[in-house]
Ligand binder design. Sequence first.
Ligand SMILES: *Cc1c(COP(=O)(O)O)cnc(C)c1O
Length: 256
Amino acid sequence: MTSLLMNRVGARGSEKNLIMNDNISSIRENIIAVNENIENACKAVGRNREDITLIAVSKTKPVEMLLEAYEAGVRDFGENYIQELVDKIPQLPSDVRWHMIGHLQRNKVKYIIDKVSMIHSVDSLRLAEEISSQAIKKNVEVDILVEVNVAQEESKFGTFSADAVLLVEEISKLPGIHVRGLMTIAPFVEDAEENREYFRKLKQLSVDIAAKNIDNISMNVLSMGMTGDYVVAVEEGASCVRVGTGIFGERNYNKD
Ligand SMILES: *Cc1c(COP(=O)(O)O)cnc(C)c1O
């Protein structure tokens, strides 16, 4: 029942010409469909497909499934949990780029700091300071995104838009850490169109911050859009979309 629903969810809320899979499609087929949807969204608004990175969100999924996605061409994987990330990294080829997209506790930073290509979920100066000091210790340069709670949902992490500029300015002074853009998790909605305004707001915020010409930062990355709304996110300027369910199927958090 749930698996039947999942690929319908995979195309939820999007418009015409959306490619949908039935519940027996493979990971490879799902990836092809997601890529075609991204391509069509690009065409619709005159963007280049090369400007968008598809991040396959593989939390809770076994390594065999990640390898299937890898075989199908995916090189960017998103994970939420430190232990899972640390376990999976050595089991995939070394050309994989790992994205930490989940809420990050300061005492866990040291386990992943030199293993991920980007941390998408930085929402406080204290966390940024810990990333900076671990980066110095390990002699690495770390790319991060500032997570913004554009819709101001109480249940979500992320800084409010009004505080984002100041946070970026403060982080820009820290060594070893580089803000590359912004990330948001839009509300869970039935109709992806409802999130268009939030994607637009995040894009505008990144343009506003970029205009300040702050040293040591750039605003080239916009990480927004998940299974239910990535088409709308691409139309509104996403440079990374984070798709889990639409590639790997529903997650089961209760299984052993
Ligand atoms: C789990 C997760 C995703 C993927 O969600 P889907 O709806 O399965 O595509 C994307 N971004 C973040 C931050 C997540 O935690």
